[in-house]
Design a binder for this molecule. Structure first.
Ligand SMILES: [Zn+2]
Length: 324
């Protein structure tokens, strides 16, 4: 008979690095595992450049092109949940230090050699405050920020190549002000903290995924991954279990550096159960043009999951701490 312990989700972390985590999630259903994957990809907030005010651009690239590239530069977003407000939740009229960050880019080439303009040239500056407009409800956000919050990821860090924005030649100049805002990847992919999220289940194909379609050989077309070592291979004479369901999932989460993998995975189960955020209202015009509206349905609702995410969050935390 199954005990309560057997039914609770289990987490085993196999590898934890600066930008990736590999873990095995057990005792959950496929819908839950998939909703976790989708939340990790699309619901964890980060900061990214959302508005660009271009003063000078004499490079060969058009303004929109450069603005788009700036949006995709990963910015350090540690503790983004508490450290910055959504612009839509802020009481300011046109951006303030509680909901926006200001980065400037000011580069000119006076050399005969071609010069690379990279994310290292982006400088975080204090958000200009309008003396006319006092924020009536100052929050705790500013005290929750780390030293690097809002800086391009890996700026001046040895061994980390910066993100190339454009190349300029003698006499060309690039001067602009960028406003970074908090957002989620459901609005625009630039806010995703992850570069890749995947999971595998049933490495031995016990559920016979290839029954309805394969080309020549089932065995060759279902090559075994390293995860196959985690499970018993099926016996040749084993009868097919029609009621079998996958319950062990091998996750690999890779981040772009804006958040640690621990933070991404720890926040995800909480987001899965949190009430849906109000749909984003699009105030102001931005060059970046994040077009799509925030979907009102949350991934876990779509997937119809009923597993207990609270207990998963509780299990993840000590496991991640131990590895650290
Ligand atoms: Zn504000």
């Amino acid at each position: 008979m199954q005990t309560q312990e057997d039914l609770e989700p289990t987490v085993r972390i196999r590898e934890l690095k600066k930008d990736r985590v590999n873990f095995v999630l057990g005792n959950v259903d496929l819908a839950f595992a998939n909703s976790l994957r989708r939340v990790v990809m699309a619901d964890i907030p980060t900061v990214a450049i959302d508005m660009v005010e271009i003063e000078v651009n004499t490079t060969v690239l058009p303004d929109e092109f450069i603005a788009h590239r700036l949006g995709m530069v990963p910015l350090n977003s540690s503790n983004c949940e508490e450290a910055i407000k959504y612009t839509r939740d802020c009481t300011c009229l046109a951006g303030c230090s509680y909901c926006s960050l200001m980065l400037v880019l000011n580069v000119a080439c006076h050399d005969d050699n071609t010069m690379d303009v990279t994310s290292d040239h982006l400088d975080l500056v204090p958000f200009p405050t309008d003396p006319e407009q006092q924020n009536p409800e100052p929050g705790e956000e500013l005290t929750q920020r780390g030293e690097l919050f809002g800086q391009p990821v890996g700026k001046h860090e040895p061994g980390v190549p910066p993100v190339l924005i454009c190349k300029i030649r003698k006499g060309q100049e690039l001067k602009m002000k960028c406003t970074a805002k908090k957002g989620i990847a459901k609005e625009h992919a630039k806010w995703s903290p992850c570069s890749a999220v995947s999971f595998e289940y049933d490495p031995h194909n016990k559920l016979r995924h290839t029954t309805h379609w394969y080309e020549k050989s089932i065995k060759e077309e279902w090559p075994l991954s390293d995860n196959a070592l985690e499970e018993e291979p099926p016996r040749e004479d084993e009868a097919f279990d029609f009621n079998a369901k996958p319950n062990k999932f091998y996750f690999e989460v890779e981040t772009d550096g804006s958040l640690d993998p621990q933070e991404v995975v720890m926040r995800a189960p909480v987001k899965q159960t949190a009430p849906a955020a109000p749909a984003a209202t699009s105030g102001g015009v931005s060059i970046m043009g994040a077009a799509s509206k925030t979907a009102s349905k949350r991934p876990c609702e779509e997937a119809g999951s009923t597993s207990s995410d609270d207990s998963l969050a509780k299990r993840l935390e000590p496991a991640l701490r131990r590895v650290k």
